[in-house]
Design a binder for this molecule. Structure first.
Ligand SMILES: Nc1ncnc2c1ncn2[C@@H]1O[C@H](COP(=O)(O)OP(=O)(O)OP(=O)(O)O)[C@@H](O)[C@H]1O
Ligand SMILES: N[C@@H](CCO)C(=O)O
Length: 293
């Protein structure tokens, strides 16, 4: 049996639309076991217990790429990563399925080959890179192939993760974005994106605060999160370094270096929105891990 562990990821970090992504210390564990025949899926929501399951689709893609077959498969999933909330659940499934197939046939593929295959499925590399390599990844596409470089993350940065009780589907959240932006806005964005990555690495709260003001996607997507403005105001009152939409939402992440401030914000949000799931997360350097058990 193969055991695969994949971290949750937060893409964009405000200004890094489709190119920045960070691995967080919340994980999905997926077991792959070859069986005599058929497909068994355990631990996923009922709606995903069929052949359309994204983990299974990625597993099939991996097998097809490796030109291998499997008689039947049991997939068992144990996850703390919420679906369709902006914490990279789709990337987790894709990476798990491909890594599971690879490990089942003796791991012929390296992480860069998995990165390429997984990005083909997800369509953009920003969640896939940290799900595979861990840490803070800057990625870009060249001639249809993903490339990435990894930054460090200052250890004391805390990610206060506020998960609403409703979904925001990535496809829908991409449809609300305009097709073009001006040179002035592109310049605004590039400077902040480059500065943000370095500021995360060295832990510079002043630059993080200024750099994390996005013009490319948050102004359009905030309308999909009715509590966005209220949460943002609360984060400012609580002196959080910054707050951004995680991936395509609905999750929002506030950044702080003070654990007491993080806990206070969580208390306030839980009083206001008792059905939300609030977690205090940290960055992790652990990308996907596979083990034969
Ligand atoms: N446990 C699961 N089993 C099967 N499919 C899943 C599972 N979790 C997520 N998915 C698939 O991933 C889709 C969610 O992907 P989507 O990109 O909308 O959200 P996300 O990856 O959680 O957020 P983001 O990309 O913004 O970080 C679901 O509709 C489903 O197809
Ligand atoms: N960069 C992606 C992340 C979500 O998959 C987006 O914002 O649409």
């Amino acid at each position: 049996m193969i055991k695969v562990i994949v971290p949750a990821t937060s893409a964009n970090l405000g200004v890094g639309y489709d190119c920045l992504g960070l691995a967080l210390d919340e994980y999905a564990t997926v077991y792959f076991e070859e069986i005599a025949t058929g497909l068994e899926i355990i631990g996923s929501e009922e709606a995903y217990c069929n052949e359309d399951n994204l983990i299974y689709q990625a597993f099939l893609k991996g097998m097809q790429y490796l030109q291998k077959n499997c008689t039947g498969l049991r997939i068992t999933m144990d996850t703390n990563i919420p679906y369709t909330r902006g914490l990279g659940s789709s990337a987790t499934c894709i990476v798990a399925g491909l890594a599971g197939a690879n490990a089942l046939v003796g791991s012929p593929l390296n992480k860069y080959e998995l990165f390429d295959l997984a990005t083909q499925m997800e369509g953009h590399p920003d969640n896939i890179a940290p799900a595979i390599f861990g840490g803070l990844c800057v990625s870009f596409m060249e001639e249809g192939k993903p490339n990435m470089i990894r930054y460090g993350i200052k250890k004391d940065l805390l990610f206060v993760t506020l998960i609403p009780d409703y979904e925001v589907n990535t496809k829908a959240a991409r449809e609300v974005l305009p097709n073009q932006m001006s040179y002035a806005d592109a310049t605004y964005q590039m400077g902040r994106c480059a500065a943000l990555a370095k500021a995360m690495e060295i832990g510079n709260p002043l630059i993080l605060r200024k750099a994390c003001t996005d013009k490319m996607q948050e102004p359009y997507r905030k309308h999909l999160i009715p509590q966005y403005e209220e949460v943002k105001k609360l984060c400012q009152q609580q002196d959080m370094i910054t707050m951004f939409i995680s991936g395509s939402g609905s999750t929002m992440i506030a950044l702080t270096q003070e654990e007491t401030d993080a806990k206070k914000l969580i208390e306030q949000i839980q009083m206001l929105y008792p059905t939300w799931d609030c977690r205090l997360l940290h960055a992790t350097y652990d990308g996907v891990q596979c083990e034969v058990i």
